[in-house]
Write a protein that binds this ligand. Structure first.
Ligand SMILES: Nc1ncnc2c1ncn2[C@@H]1O[C@H](COP(=O)(O)OP(=O)(O)OP(=O)(O)O)[C@@H](O)[C@H]1O
Ligand SMILES: [Mg+2]
Length: 487
């Protein structure tokens, strides 16, 4: 059912009033009509004096002619005045009647058309959830390193069973390929090429935008939702009038889209016997400036998993997202352990550099030692290398960027966290991976440790509850600057 908004109720009230008013005016005019014809088509004095004589004085005629004529002329005079008044008022009444009838017609047509548009939008929405968003994958096959195991695992997540009562969190550092793989999986899930069955049914993909103001648009795009819903011209007009009063009940576009998705989810579940899936990609964009929206989405994910209505999948690039989500009661319905998408293996990285980018094995090895298997870095360095930049120049540029990260983290010599940070760094150089609490204990307090962990030097892995360096290039920088961090 489409929900009635307050201004629509106001409109219904206005509509009833208009129709009633129109009926009243119509009756009034009907009552006036015989007289109108009499005034218009004959001499008013004559016809009225005749009727007067016939009806009032027929049984008792007047004594004298003069009396009769005086009485008659007075009567005619008075009735004449009334007649002229009616005649003067008549065009106004007809005009008013026409205007009201016209307005009622327009409002009715407008409301019927808006109703038709609403039903059409609702149908389109149901169709979109049915066939899925099927987001574009911006990478060609000749550049893509296939990662079938990860795609398979994601596809499993995107195919919930009837009574599934948990939501999912997928993590990974920036640039490990989460968006690419999530989009591939959400297109391919359930696909049976031989039988011509399209993939991606029931999977809605929402790309959380960098600009929060575009969140509504992003939700709308994902589910093909038209925000004109319920807004007839009459509705818009009424909303302007009642806007002030209804301010409190205003809901944002993304919330409206979310409500629409939930309606379509019920339709989908009734038809297919399983809940649809909604994927929130790049959800870390919410955690810094709009964490309360992340909380709302998480709470809603929990409630709807409980009710088996839809299954949410949060895809995040920052450890702060799972850490925030873990600290809330809604975490009880998250599937554990969370899935993590990491770097390419050495073999995959070499394959990418040598086969996809056609770089010789010796240079490919040097590139891998510098940036490891982080696909976004491999791609950038390969681009620069193929554009004939000398390897040494590329290396200095990468290490320069890393130094900025150390500076932001206050980990350089004479900076705030240098001494404690150094201890954690040395321990990580030895063991490659530290337990979360072991890492935290290097610092004077958890607040300080939390701050350093937020920076892009270290990475938190919720799946194993461990901490590592954020990337190979970080480790490479530390080894290059052994005098600062190791000696
Ligand atoms: N399997 C792959 N093969 C080749 N290139 C890839 C692969 N996966 C990702 N890429 C490329 O690496 C870059 C980063 O990928 P993507 O945006 O998917 O990473 P991400 O983990 O979502 O990043 P972020 O955390 O910043 O959102 C893109 O240019 C993408 O085309
Ligand atoms: Mg991404």
């Amino acid at each position: 059912m489409i929900e009635a908004e307050p201004y629509e109720l106001g409109m219904a009230y206005y509509f009833r009033r208009s129709v009633l008013l129109s009926c009243l005016v119509t009756r009034q005019v009907k009552f006036l009509q015989p007289q109108k014809l009499a005034f218009k088509n004959s001499n008013p004095q004559f016809s009225l004096s005749r009727s007067y004589i016939n009806s009032t004085f027929h049984s008792s005629p007047p004594n004298t002619l003069s009396e009769e004529s005086t009485l008659s002329s007075n009567l005619n005079k008075n009735l004449g005045k009334i007649g002229t008044g009616f005649a003067k008022r008549l065009p106004t009444a007809i005009f008013a009647n026409l205007v009201v009838a016209g307005v009622v017609c327009l409002v009715s047509v407008d409301l019927l058309y808006a109703g038709y548009r609403n039903r059409r939008n609702e149908r389109l929405l149901n169709e979109t959830v049915e066939k899925g968003t099927r987001p574009e994958v911006d990478i060609s096959d000749d550049e893509l390193v296939p990662r079938p195991k990860i795609v398979e695992r994601l596809a499993k997540i995107f195919q919930p069973y009837k009574n599934q009562s948990f939501y999912h969190v997928v993590c990974g550092e920036h640039g490990t390929g989460k968006t690419t793989l999530t989009r591939i999986a959400s297109n391919e899930v359930g696909q049976v090429k031989d039988k011509g069955i399209q993939g991606g049914m029931g999977v809605i993909y929402v790309d959380i935008p960098a600009n929060f103001n575009e969140l509504g648009e992003a939700f709308g795009k994902a589910i093909n939702f038209a925000f004109e819903e319920q807004i007839s011209f009459t509705g818009q007009w009424m909303r302007k009038i009642l806007g002030e009063i209804n301010d409190k009940s205003k809901i944002s576009e993304w919330e409206r889209a979310m409500r629409a998705f939930k309606r379509a989810s019920a339709v989908y579940k009734a038809k297919h016997g399983k809940p649809p899936v909604i994927v929130y990609d790049n959800v870390s964009r919410l955690v810094h400036n709009n964490p309360e929206i992340l909380d709302i989405l998480q709470d809603d994910a929990k409630d709807n998993a409980d009710d088996r209505k839809y299954i949410a999948v949060f895809v995040s690039s920052e450890g702060s997202v799972p850490r925030r989500m873990e600290s809330r009661s809604a975490w009880s319905r998250a599937k554990k352990p969370v899935m993590e998408i990491g770097d390419l293996s050495k073999e995959e990285s070499m394959k990418y550099l040598t086969e996809k980018r056609e770089i010789n094995v010796v240079d490919a090895k040097k590139i891998y030692e510098l940036v490891g298997g982080r696909i976004v870095d491999l791609k950038t360095v390969a681009d620069d290398f193929l554009a004939k930049q000398p390897f040494e120049v590329i290396k200095q540029s990468i290490l320069g960027e890393v130094e900025k990260k150390f500076n932001n983290a206050q980990l350089l010599r004479k900076q705030l966290h240098h001494e404690v940070g150094k201890k954690a760094i040395r321990a990580l150089l030895d063991s490659k991976e530290l337990g979360f609490t072991t890492f935290m204990e290097f610092f004077d307090n958890y607040e300080e440790a939390g701050k350093v962990l937020e920076t892009n030097i270290f990475a938190y892995h919720p799946e194993k509850n461990t901490v590592t360096f954020q990337s190979q290039s970080i480790e490479c920088y530390i080894r290059e600057k052994a005098d600062i961090f190791i000696k």
